[in-house]
Write a protein that binds this ligand. Structure first.
Ligand SMILES: [Zn+2]
Ligand SMILES: [Zn+2]
Length: 95
């Protein structure tokens, strides 16, 4: 009953890469707290309605203000959020 550690870990990695990924992450979550607010789009659960609503925005793509910095993927729901990010992260004057 001696299994080399390298062989067992590579086998585990293979399993994680399959469609079982979401199931596995759900199980992992169970020993912690399970949120009662579940996202209808991706099945993620959240402990508060606020967190769920915040998460839902990532699905609805409700962020029309995109950071003008080349290569930056950040988008924002309001122009003030966007310029705050622009000034803070890129160290530039607000738009
Ligand atoms: Zn979701
Ligand atoms: Zn940016």
């Amino acid at each position: 009953m001696h299994v080399p550690p390298i062989a067992s870990s590579s086998r585990y990695r293979k399993q994680v890469g399959t469609a079982k990924t979401t199931e596995a992450s759900k199980k992992r979550r169970k020993n912690g707290e399970q949120g009662e607010f579940v996202c209808v789009d991706c099945g993620r659960d959240f402990t508060t309605k606020f967190n769920l609503e915040y998460h839902m925005r990532s699905h609805t793509d409700d962020r029309p203000f995109k950071c003008p910095e080349p290569g930056c993927q950040s988008c924002f729901r309001s122009k003030s959020d966007c310029s705050r990010h622009y000034a803070k992260v890129h160290n530039k004057k607000a738009l």
